[in-house]
Design a protein. Structure first.
Length: 278
DNA sequence: AAGTAGTCCTGAGTGC
DNA sequence: TGCACTCAGGACTACT
């Protein structure tokens, strides 16, 4: 269940593993399709255009990994269980292989098939169905109190649903949404439009804080980037509310509550995160 | 238009 | 030990 910090950790790990940097040049020798059906159907013919092209360092937008070449970009979303590894023998749920010059072979494996592999034209990233609706990156200055306040002021949906909406801000998934709300003492059920600008500022600050902590943990404690998307990535960070239903709050000793919100399990402390009127 | 529910999928966890 | 069942989760689509 990779969220932004995990995807970023995978990105860095892959670039390091493949030695992709400004000075390197590896050619995509061959693509090998083992199982086409992920969340989308992999566009085999389009992706073949990448063969013979030089692979540039991998970049990230939201939770998507982008593998750029001169003639097109390979787009990948890890979904829940997707991960890349250097080929070391066939494994169950291997979907896709990239053979690089120099003999390196990268394999994509995805048991639950929630992932995406697609082709995006160069300079048309903004038209891609996966990328065109995306909001700002949470760690950039464009994601700030004013922006969040303006984006949600007419919305009645619970604030938790809104910060997980990739049109509003990208990269925040179910786990860090609960954690950021706890840190800012905002109740997950609070209607978005009823948050004051001050509360928006607090929440923005908390989202940045949580993601930065997780990024730092990913960079320093996750030894194997393949695991960055799995449970081990989260163990690096002490989760204060997520998955702690029925246990005591680390801050006030009240019991952590949980409830399904927007189809996702949500955790909060009723005492620390009271609803309020302003 | 906004909000909500349903959908895809497999493995891990639970209860008997 | 093994079977049946539930749950997790991102982001799309399809309803209300």
């Amino acid at each position: 269940m990779p969220e932004l910090p995990e995807v970023e950790t995978v990105r860095k790990g892959l670039n390091k593993l493949l030695k992709l940097n400004k000075n390197s040049s590896f050619k995509v020798v061959k693509l090998e399709f083992l199982r086409l059906n992920l969340r989308n159907k992999m566009p085999k013919a389009k992706l073949r255009r990448l063969e013979g092209q030089i692979l540039q360092p991998i970049v990230r937008r939201a939770k998507y990994l982008l593998f750029p070449t001169n003639k097109g970009i390979l787009l990948n979303h890890l979904g829940m269980t997707g991960y890349w590894r250097l080929f070391d023998g066939e494994q169950k749920h291997d979907h896709f292989k990239i053979h690089l010059s120099g003999g390196q072979v990268l394999v994509y494996n995805d048991p639950r098939r929630f992932g995406v592999i697609d082709f995006v034209d160069v300079n048309k990233e903004s038209q891609s169905m996966w990328l065109k609706h995306l909001g700002p990156e949470p760690l950039l200055k464009s994601f700030n109190a004013n922006y969040l306040f303006e984006s949600i002021k007419l919305r009645k949906a619970p604030i938790k649903n809104l910060i997980m909406d990739q049109k509003i801000v990208v990269g925040v998934g179910n786990i860090y949404a609960s954690e950021a709300l706890f840190l800012s003492k905002v109740n997950p059920m609070h209607p978005g439009g009823k948050l004051s600008k001050k509360r928006c500022a607090k929440l923005v600050e908390s989202i940045k804080n949580i993601l930065e902590q997780a990024l730092k943990a990913g960079g320093s404690t996750i030894k194997d980037f393949k695991q960055a998307g799995g449970e081990s990535g989260y163990f690096a960070r002490q989760l204060k509310v997520y998955g702690r239903s029925g246990l005591t709050c680390t801050s006030c000793k009240a019991i952590i509550k949980s409830k399904v919100l927007g189809g996702r399990n949500t955790f909060w402390c009723e005492a620390c995160q009271k609803t309020y009127k302003e």
